[in-house]
Write a protein that binds this ligand. Structure first.
Ligand code: OAD
Length: 250
């Protein structure tokens, strides 16, 4: 990882202090400092160790539902151990200080809400929920009776993780609300995402087209970097608390 290059310009501080609506898009990078691996890290990334086609597509679940359920069960264990880090906390602080705030996340770990964020749109679902593969009903608890995957208590069909897989579209209400937020934001922060997976990756461009100032927080360059007015090149857990302190220190 490159050395952090965190220069917070006074223009950014002013923009944040006076923003009417701040929208944020987060990805796996914001939870990296909580001990949850990202997807595309060349060595430790989830997709360096597993084939997405075999564990994160509707076809994979049709072919081998047991394997897919067990894979998510392993991820659920890692996530259950994780706690929000200073990056998550800083976003909750920003929400408490600006008139309007929308947090759009691709993460399924639920850590933003644990950190105190309220207006959270989970574009890729939540690993702590399952849903009936037939009826679509969602549940937060399921029987631990040895059946893998567990069964829907209403109809007996298989339960699947309530997450968005490759080849699926995000939930319509969340996606629409994200588009509205991107359009109406005057400051848009893209944090800890490789900005490669659509439709989430299209949101920063949508915000830019509608006049938002774009800020990127990421230790690495992404396809978005050249469009950002401010690039804070470091880990979110260091950058975001510094941004909050620089803006509301008095
Ligand atoms: P990626 O793994 O593609 O990207 C993580 C980004 O976080 C990279 O750009 C890293 O440089 C950056 N990063 C790493 N550590 C960081 C830190 N401490 N602070 C800030 N940034 C850091 O993850 P996503 O962009 O979230 O979808 O991936 C998007 C989607 O693709 C995921 O939701 C998932 C995945 O395949 C599905 O499973 C459908």
């Amino acid at each position: 990882m490159p050395e952090p290059n965190i220069i917070i310009l006074p223009q950014l501080v002013e923009r944040l202090k006076n923003a009417g609506h701040v929208a944020v898009l987060t990805g796996a990078g914001i939870s990296a400092e909580s001990g949850i691996p990202t997807f595309r890290d060349t060595e430790k990334g989830i997709w360096a160790r597993f084939n997405a086609e075999e564990v994160a597509t509707p076809e994979a679940f049709e072919r081998n539902p047991t394997l897919v359920w067990q894979w998510y069960e392993e991820r659920r264990k890692v996530i259950a151990e994780a706690r929000p880090n200073p990056g998550h906390m800083a976003l909750a602080h920003i929400e408490a200080r600006v008139p309007r705030f929308t947090l759009i996340t691709q993460n399924i770990d639920g850590l933003h809400r644990v950190a105190g964020s309220r207006n959270v749109l989970e574009l890729h679902g939540n690993i702590h929920r399952a849903r009936c593969a037939e009826e679509g009903t969602t549940v937060e608890e399921w029987p631990d009776d040895g059946e893998v995957p567990p069964r829907c208590a209403r109809c007996g069909a298989m339960l699947r993780p309530d997450v968005v897989w490759f080849g699926e579209v995000p939930p319509v209400a969340e996606l629409n609300a994200s588009m509205v937020a991107a359009r109406e934001a005057d400051l848009f922060l893209s944090i800890g995402t490789s900005a490669l997976v659509v439709p989430a990756a299209s949101l920063p461009y949508h915000a830019l087209q509608h006049g938002a100032t774009l800020v990127e927080v990421n230790p690495e360059d992404t396809p978005l970097t050249k469009y950002a007015s401010h690039v804070l090149q470091g880990p979110a857990g260091e950058v975001l608390p510094r941004l909050v302190a620089a803006t509301w220190s008095e």
